[in-house]
Design a protein around this ligand. Structure first.
Ligand code: NAD
Length: 400
């Protein structure tokens, strides 16, 4: 192989003077804090139209304390969009999302649409949104809430102090890999097929996000794979190691097979700080991590692109079993709004205010039905709307 002189010189330079470390990534939608933000609001289905107004009330109250206003543009996504527009992901919704500073979503889906063909399923709208907005990085915190430790199915000493961030790749892997489908072979046997596949750039960009997140946390990142049997996982591991070398200063990187990770999460979850994984491993492990710390109704998430607005949503679904009864817990969506303030809007003070208000309302003993301890005289059962009102009032009180 012939090397040009220029290449040889560049190679020697690289040996004596390693290139300046690249920045890990940029997790923000706006360039600088603003006084006013355009937010696309996606209430979706089921309990979505109940937890959304409760969240808006708390967010507006938080904004008011700092002179920050929000211009909400409510759009359709999921089942409600199928009913009104004949598609789960209308063009108007995409346009609004693209023009927004950030996107706040509740949840989509329900039994009404379960029998529909794939293109008319609410989840198809969600996948299209992730793809078209380039939402490749899903951040899911699983942090023990002191007031709710007894809601966990694990022992208090195992759960107390747990603070994990799962960074899940969201646009690739077996969910999107081609070929995919169900087919019948010549012998009349039916086959189902999906393809677990990742390109190096796809792994690189999520690994950069994970390094960035770990640097802002306790500086430990555990990469999850199944490299002992899967080639795609071996590539994953190789690329994560390279990215760590390039931009993971101060981060202690470790690797764990996914089956062991599933076990370690319930055995001793406090060993984890930041976890980075592909789409399907992340789907499963992030649900497991969230259940360590209690109710689904308490957990927020963020889905971020490399540029442009991210989507902030609770991890729970549309809870059709309690829709319309004012029993839903709006705190996961309120905490999602807090994540939006932190990651997309560059308003960490608003994020902290919302989080502190949620904690103070829990401290005062208020609980929705999913987190109440029946028979505990110190707790007061409240509905979704009242919980939103309480957080909004607490925000104003804390800021006064
Ligand atoms: P789910 O999260 O909607 O509900 C699971 C259980 O948790 C239910 O008993 C529900 O009442 C309860 N729950 C969930 N959120 C709650 C809240 N905020 N307050 C109080 N209780 C709450 O999961 P599921 O039942 O498997 O799915 C229902 C629908 O949601 C399905 O159509 C599913 O496809 C969809 N889904 C959507 C998303 C999303 O929009 N990102 C995520 C998961 C499921």
């Amino acid at each position: 192989m012939k090397l040009s002189l220029a290449l040889l010189v560049a190679a020697c330079d690289a040996l004596v003077a390693p290139p300046a470390p690249k920045r890990a990534t940029q997790l923000r939608a706006v360039a600088a804090p603003q006084d006013s933000y355009k937010i696309t609001l996606l209430p979706g289905d089921g309990i979505g139209p109940e937890i959304t107004p409760a969240t808006v009330k708390a967010l507006v109250a938080a904004g008011k304390t700092k002179g920050v206003t929000f211009d909400f543009d409510e759009q359709l996504l999921g089942g409600c969009a199928i009913d009104k527009e004949g598609t789960p992901w209308p063009d108007k919704t995409l346009e609004s999302c693209k023009a927004a500073d950030s996107i706040l979503m509740a949840a989509i889906g329900g039994p009404k649409w379960d029998g529909n063909p794939r293109e008319l399923r609410p989840e198809t709208g969600l996948l299209a949104m992730r793809q078209q907005l380039g939402l490749f990085a899903n951040l899911r915190p699983a942090k023990a809430i002191p007031q709710l430790l007894d809601a966990s199915s694990l022992k208090r000493e195992v759960v107390e102090g747990v603070d994990i961030m799962v960074v899940r790749e969201l646009c690739g892997d077996v969910y999107f890999g081609k070929p995919a489908g169900i087919y019948t072979d010549d012998a009349g046997v039916r086959w189902g097929q999906n393809n677990m596949i990742y390109s190096e750039p796809e792994i690189e960009r999520i690994a950069r996000v994970a390094m960035d997140v770990a640097q802002k946390r306790q500086g430990r990142c555990c990469s999850i794979d199944k490299a002992n049997v899967l080639d795609v996982s071996q590539l994953w591991k190789d690329v994560v190691i390279r990215v760590h070398g390039e931009c993971g200063q101060g981060v202690e990187l470790s690797h764990m097979y996914v089956d062991n990770a599933a076990m370690q999460l319930v055995r001793w979850p406090k060993q984890f700080d930041t976890i980075v994984c592909g789409n399907i491993f992340g789907d499963i492990l992030s649900d497991e991590a969230s259940m360590l710390v209690g109710s689904l109704g308490m957990l927020p998430s963020a889905s971020l692109p490399s540029e442009g607005p991210g989507v902030f949503e609770p991890i729970h679904g549309s809870a059709p079993d309690i829709a319309g009864t004012d029993a839903a817990n709006p705190l996961a969506m309120i905490l999602s709004a807090a994540m939006m303030c932190q990651y997309d809007l560059l308003q960490p003070d608003l994020a902290k205010l919302l989080e502190d208000a949620v904690e103070a309302v829990l401290d005062a003993g208020y609980r929705t039905r999913d987190i109440v301890n029946e028979g505990n005289a110190d707790e007061t059962l409240v509905g979704c709307k009242e919980m939103g009102d309480l957080v909004a009032a607490k925000v104003a009180e804390l800021a006064a």
